[in-house]
Design a protein around this ligand. Structure first.
Ligand SMILES: NC(=O)c1ccc[n+]([C@@H]2O[C@H](COP(=O)([O-])OP(=O)(O)OC[C@H]3O[C@@H](n4cnc5c(N)ncnc54)[C@H](OP(=O)(O)O)[C@@H]3O)[C@@H](O)[C@H]2O)c1
Length: 218
């Protein structure tokens, strides 16, 4: 199994890369800075140097070629810049969808967000913009013929993973550990029968493998 992670140097992307390597998978992903490349090599990932803002679809498709699945876990929500949110969370997803098609990679897992995250928190215009762009990306991917999965995690934190979650088409928005998000994505990668689904992910008591399997069984 070979996974290409867009956002591999991010908090969730790096955890996912490490987990997949531990499972014996092949992993690649785009990173922007030399020190990120060094960190990736420390877990056995060569990585691909490139910038999602500048790269064109043909070049991205060449990088995706030979992968079984694309995971998009990049995000510029923390930047507070509408232009960067458009470039990463919006155009970055569009570009990756086109590139996946060109490269013949059918499976595409998009890390999105609960539509009700941050409601009535007064987090400002930029956050509202981020939410609108994330939703547009969900709509765009869900209208493709790809074998997509849209995963909407609750508010992320860096506490150590517990290995249990709550996963389904509709969950209550609370918190989730990035370790557990990464482990859930790894399980989704290894469950190709689960496709064309929007899944919300939050803290919970069900072991991750079982929670994912239950989504196939319905
Ligand atoms: N934070 C939350 O509570 C929350 C909740 C639900 C969903 N999400 C979504 O979950 C995903 C993962 O979140 P995270 O907090 O784990 O990720 P993160 O650590 O913020 O990493 C984001 C990734 O996106 C890349 N990126 C950010 N700004 C960029 C820019 N201006 N140009 C190019 N690349 C850029 C980063 O590259 P560099 O390392 O080079 O900067 C990094 O690889 C994101 O899609 C996020 O929107 C977040």
């Amino acid at each position: 199994m070979k996974t290409f992670i867009v956002g591999i140097s991010g908090e969730t992307g790096f955890r996912l890369a490490r987990l997949l390597k531990q499972r014996g998978d092949e992993v690649d992903g785009l990173y922007r800075r030399a020190e990120q490349g060094e960190r990736l090599r420390s877990i056995g990932v060569a990585g691909t140097h490139g910038d999602l803002v500048r790269i064109d679809e043909a070049k991205l498709a060449a990088h995706f070629s030979g992968s079984d699945v694309i995971v998009f876990t990049a995000g510029a929500g923390e930047s507070g810049s509408d232009a960067m949110i458009d470039a990463i969370d919006g155009d970055g997803v569009s570009k990756s969808i086109v590139a996946a098609r060109r490269a013949g990679v059918k499976r595409f897992i998009l890390v999105s967000v609960f539509p009700e995250a941050g409601r009535q928190q007064g987090w400002g215009e930029s956050f509202e913009h981020y939410m609108a762009v994330k939703k547009r990306a969900d709509v765009e991917l869900s209208r493709t013929e790809l074998d997509w999965v849209i995963l909407r995690p609750s508010s992320l934190n860096n506490e150590s993973g517990v290995g249990t979650i709550s996963l389904g088409p509709a969950e209550f928005h609370t918190d989730i550990r990035r370790d557990d998000v990464a482990a859930t994505i790894a399980e989704l990668i290894h469950t190709p029968a689960l496709r064309r689904r929007i899944l919300e992910l939050t803290e919970g008591a069900m072991p991750i493998e079982r929670a994912v399997r239950m989504q196939i069984e319905g």
